[in-house]
Design a protein around this ligand. Structure first.
Ligand code: NI
Length: 156
């Protein structure tokens, strides 16, 4: 395992749409292992492959000490609403409130290509939504209720 460099806001790749994973092979496993190590090194709750410069639909999350890898994740159901502050390893120190579903159900594949379905609430739901947004080129600052503050702080 090795840590990889985290891509920061302003770099164009963060705005690109990631492609589906087709090969559940050793290079994917290496990527996932490195993403886990990179997330731990930065004390994050989640990481998308694009954040280490790989445009593939793979994310890792760790909420309440449960580490989960999701490949080609698709949200199939959403329930309720929840507002909390988020941050992002690609954005820096800014944290701001984002409205998310309180509960989601997501279909995905594990690293060996086996499909599974997961229902998560609160922070797990939030974290998965945040990472799936990354796969579609969306950053939390785009939909942040405190976007004005972010823009003010980052005005040049
Ligand atoms: Ni993020």
């Amino acid at each position: 395992m090795a840590t990889r460099k985290v891509v920061k806001v302003g770099e164009e790749i963060l705005r690109k749409k990631s492609k589906e994973v087709k090969d559940f092979d050793e290079s994917l496993w290496q990527l996932l292992d490195d993403m886990k190590e990179t997330m731990h090194a930065s004390d994050g709750m989640g990481l998308a492959a694009v954040q280490v410069g790989i445009l593939r639909r793979a994310i890792v999350v760790e909420v309440n000490n449960a580490f989960i890898e999701l490949i080609n994740p698709v949200i199939t159901a959403k329930k309720g609403e929840d507002i909390e502050q988020e941050g992002c390893l690609s954005v820096g120190n800014f944290r701001g409130r984002v409205k998310r579903p309180y509960q989601i159900t997501v279909k995905a594949f594990d690293r060996f290509g086996y499909p599974f379905t997961l229902t998560g609430e609160k922070w797990l739901a939030r974290c998965i939504c945040h990472e799936i947004d990354h796969l579609n080129g969306i950053l939390f600052i785009d939909n942040c209720l405190d976007k004005d503050i972010y823009l003010k702080q980052n005005r040049k």
